[in-house]
Ligand binder design. Structure first.
Ligand code: SAH
Ligand code: F3S
Length: 481
């Protein structure tokens, strides 16, 4: 199953319960990565203090915000089409103001005001705390822009309002930005330098979620394995940290341990792991704690050493295999998923074959696969010609998607006859009589509702599957309730 995480995903309008006394109405849509959805919850929290309740109806909104993605050209085009739609709505709702948030805001800055006349406000991912001031500007009829990137984690002290929440699973952001500089990637430019968040505030947020009934958290960052708190969180300044700070620093393995110990019944997931930053102590910590889920999103992008080098991915195909072997040795039933890019500049048929054989070796549980899209300002755009024809990129993409589908089916079939602990998230999309939840590997499990409730851990006997979903029947509550 190829789940595309940005442009294919419908922008989601977010709703929440009304805050009493709030008069103004906010409509907010999010595109792109999980971090954007998490950021929108922070934005809604900041604006709730400014008298805004969220609405799902754009027609009645005073403020319409779109939290945007720049990762591929298509993601940006999707947002531009939405802005046209906002334009049409504004004709019947002239009071509405429009703001662009997120990576497109950061990449295009005030150019967006010129190119898209509907836009009143442009706010980069680190500037949401300035929204009250920016709102005042637009209320007074001026346009407003803040795209300053920060050196601090920025939002550790904002309690996100959980938008569109199932009340069971939540995202908790632990790092912002990325220092890896993969040559194809716009994220280091739009989200700035890598900063980690104080572990105390992370653990306090997870505790608060547990008390509200949440049973699963996903620790979020562009590159979680490089999490590092030493009293400060700016990664590039760690080299100037004192001996004392170094000795007491909290790395990702330690953060996982602290979180798992603080909330022993809370399921813990994390995303995303860059192979070059993932260490054995993270895998060992996962193996030690039953509440850390057996699932790793481990993007590789290509199976060719030559292409990995050109992408500035700082590992080889062989090192990646060694990492996968280590994971499987310590956590035999660990699920692994991938991100893959076809048609990176200079990619040959042989390079593509290397990707297919790498996939054959790992047999990923699922993946997110994309055709290369040149992003202005990246190293690849500056140094390499985008020379693989579009048709070739697409054909290679179809080949890896087809292979992934076979591997996904192979993986789901491995579960047939076994019993899985499933956390119930809500009703199945296809049938009101069934619950939908996930097993530890993050695979969707669907089973008849009977007397079970959302938020409960249930043991489910797996009897059937597709390449994306496991089907079964509940045997009873698990010990984890
Ligand atoms: N570390 C990040 C990666 C963000 S981008 C994370 O948390 O997921 C997500 C995926 O988009 C990447 O792994 C890569 O496969 C894909 N991607 C990034 N830039 C791309 C580009 N220029 N063209 C096509 N796909 C790209
Ligand atoms: Fe992008 Fe590479 Fe960081 S894919 S988000 S630069 S790890």
């Amino acid at each position: 199953m190829e789940k595309l995480i940005d442009e294919k995903r419908q922008g989601t309008a977010l709703k929440r319960q009304s805050e009493q006394g709030n008069q103004r109405k906010l409509y907010i849509e999010s595109y792109g990565c999980q971090m954007n959805f998490s950021d929108s919850e922070i934005v809604a929290s900041i604006l709730s203090e400014q008298g805004f309740n969220t609405t799902e109806n754009m027609q009645e909104a005073d403020l319409v915000l779109v939290n945007t993605c720049s990762i591929r050209d298509k993601a940006e085009q999707t947002v531009r089409k939405r802005l046209e739609k906002f334009n049409a709505v504004k004709k019947s709702n002239p009071k509405m103001k429009v703001g662009v948030l997120g990576c497109m805001a950061e990449r295009l800055k005030s150019k967006l005001l010129e190119e898209e006349k509907i836009v009143d406000m442009v706010v980069g991912p680190d500037a949401y705390k300035d929204l009250p001031n920016l709102l005042q500007e637009i209320d007074e009829g001026r346009s407003a822009v803040n795209v300053i990137l920060s050196k601090d984690e920025t939002y550790g002290d904002v309690a996100p309002v959980r938008l569109n929440s199932n009340g069971v699973t939540a995202f908790v952001s632990i790092t912002r930005g990325c220092d890896n500089m993969c040559t194809f990637c716009v994220v280091p430019f739009t989200r700035g330098r890598e900063r980690s968040r104080d572990p105390h505030s992370i653990i306090a947020e997870v505790k608060g979620l547990w008390e509200k009934g949440f049973r699963e958290v996903t620790l979020l960052g562009q590159n979680v394995d490089s999490y590092l708190w030493y009293g400060g969180g700016l990664k590039k300044d760690f080299k100037t940290a004192s001996a004392m700070q170094r000795a007491t620093a909290v790395n990702f393995a330690k953060l996982l341990e602290l979180t798992a110990l603080a909330q022993p019944k809370m399921r813990i997931r994390f995303s995303t792991s860059n192979p070059q930053d993932m260490t054995m102590d993270v895998i060992e910590t996962m193996a030690r704690f039953p509440n850390i889920c057996n699932y790793i999103h481990l993007p590789v992008q290509s199976g060719s050493n030559r292409i990995l080098k050109a992408m500035n991915r700082l590992h080889t195909r062989e090192e990646y295999f060694a990492l996968v072997d280590n994971i499987r040795q310590l956590i035999p039933d660990c699920a692994i998923s991938q991100d893959m890019i076809t048609g990176f500049p200079t990619e040959t048929e042989q390079d593509h074959q290397d990707t297919l054989t790498l996939m054959e070796y790992v047999k990923y549980d699922y993946g997110f696969m994309f055709a290369y899209s040149e992003r202005p300002g990246t190293m690849a755009a500056r140094k390499l010609e985008d020379d693989v024809p579009e048709a070739t990129k697409k054909r290679r993409l179809q080949e890896i998607i087809a292979l992934q589908r076979r591997h996904s089916l192979y993986r789901t079939q491995q579960h047939l006859g076994s019993t899985a602990e499933v956390l119930i998230e809500g009703p199945s999309k296809k049938s009101g009589a069934h619950w939908m939840g996930r097993n530890t590997q993050n695979t969707v499990v669907v089973f008849p509702k009977e007397h079970y409730q959302v938020g409960e851990f249930v043991n489910v006997k797996i009897t059937d599957c597709t390449s994306a979903t496991l089907l079964g029947t509940a045997l009873g509550h698990s010990d984890n309730n």
